[in-house]
Design a binder for this molecule. Structure first.
Ligand code: NAD
Length: 263
């Protein structure tokens, strides 16, 4: 059980906070007492209002644009007088085989899923050091832990993100900055999953395939929920994880363990 004030007095920036995992994380952090700044390039008035109702400051930010990313992070730190947490969560999927991948596809996926996390960390670290330390969490993926045939560029972007996580964790432990990653398996009720299901011929059958890929998802008869990923991110940024750094936590219902029974 976490106390109601786990993040009291902390200031957090979350990218990709308009929907899915980022939104669930922003709401949980705010509930736990943090001052939260969300950046997203697809803010809808209704989601902006729902975030504002919880005291969350949401602004337009395309994380592929390093100037916009720096503005988001600097604004949070300067208006609050400190920065404690960065969650590099914005991400896009890319289901294409190598022969179909254009240079623009590659840049779009790598810039969103990987470059933005590198530069987000670069801009946040000086503020975190001034605040006496802090925490960075990168939303990677199950695809960063095990090779996947259907989305090589996405997998590369998430494997690179895990590499960045470990490298920065080593470099900045001396600054009391912890850097970790979460690696979700299929998560329902997210923009990314809905896009995959909408693109499929048979939505219900495709959903069952996602569930069948994880032993625990099979056991519960459902995918993970955004709130379950948010809970892991909360743990990683909290004082309870003060000795945890460089990890890539699988929250995938056991999908990355190996071949499940009866397959
Ligand atoms: P989502 O689509 O609901 O959320 C992604 C958010 O990122 C959206 O609000 C989107 O507008 C934002 N975003 C995308 N590109 C951006 C950009 N250039 N600048 C600013 N914002 C941008 O999906 P989600 O599942 O909540 O995705 C969050 C993270 O979780 C992603 O990094 C994704 O790769 C990862 N993930 C998701 C799943 C899943 O099954 N949904 C599984 C593993 C990992």
């Amino acid at each position: 059980m976490t106390s109601p004030a786990t993040l009291y007095g902390r200031v957090a920036v979350i990218t990709g906070g308009a929907s899915g995992i980022g939104r669930a994380t922003a709401l949980l952090f705010a509930q736990q007492g943090a001052r939260v700044f969300v950046g997203d390039y697809r803010l809808k008035p209704e989601s902006e209002q729902a975030l504002a109702a919880q005291g969350i400051c949401a602004s337009n930010c395309d994380v592929r644009n390093v100037c916009e990313l720096q503005r988001l992070i600097d604004h949070a730190a300067t208006t609050s007088g400190r920065l404690d947490i960065l969650v590099n969560n914005a991400g896009i999927g890319m289901v294409k085989q190598i022969h179909d991948v254009s240079e623009a596809d590659w840049d779009n996926c790598l810039d969103t899923n990987f470059k933005a996390a590198f530069f987000g960390a670069k801009f946040a670290i000086p503020h975190l050091i001034r605040s006496g330390g802090g925490s960075i969490v990168n939303t990677a993926s199950n695809a960063g832990l095990l090779p996947r045939a259907h989305d090589p560029v996405y997998s590369i972007s998430k494997m690179a993100l895990i590499g960045l996580t470990k490298s920065l964790a080593l470099c900045h432990a001396k600054d009391r900055i912890r850097v970790n990653a979460v690696c979700p398996g299929p998560v329902g009720d997210t923009g990314m999953m809905n896009a995959d299901l909408d693109a499929s011929i048979d939505r219900a059958a495709t959903e069952q395939l996602f569930i069948a890929a994880s032993p625990l998802a099979q056991a519960f008869g459902r995918m993970s929920r955004p709130s379950e990923i948010a809970a892991a991110i909360l743990y990683l940024v909290s004082d309870a994880a003060c000795m945890v750094t460089g990890t890539a936590i699988a929250i995938d219902g056991g999908k990355s363990l190996g071949v499940p029974p009866n397959c």
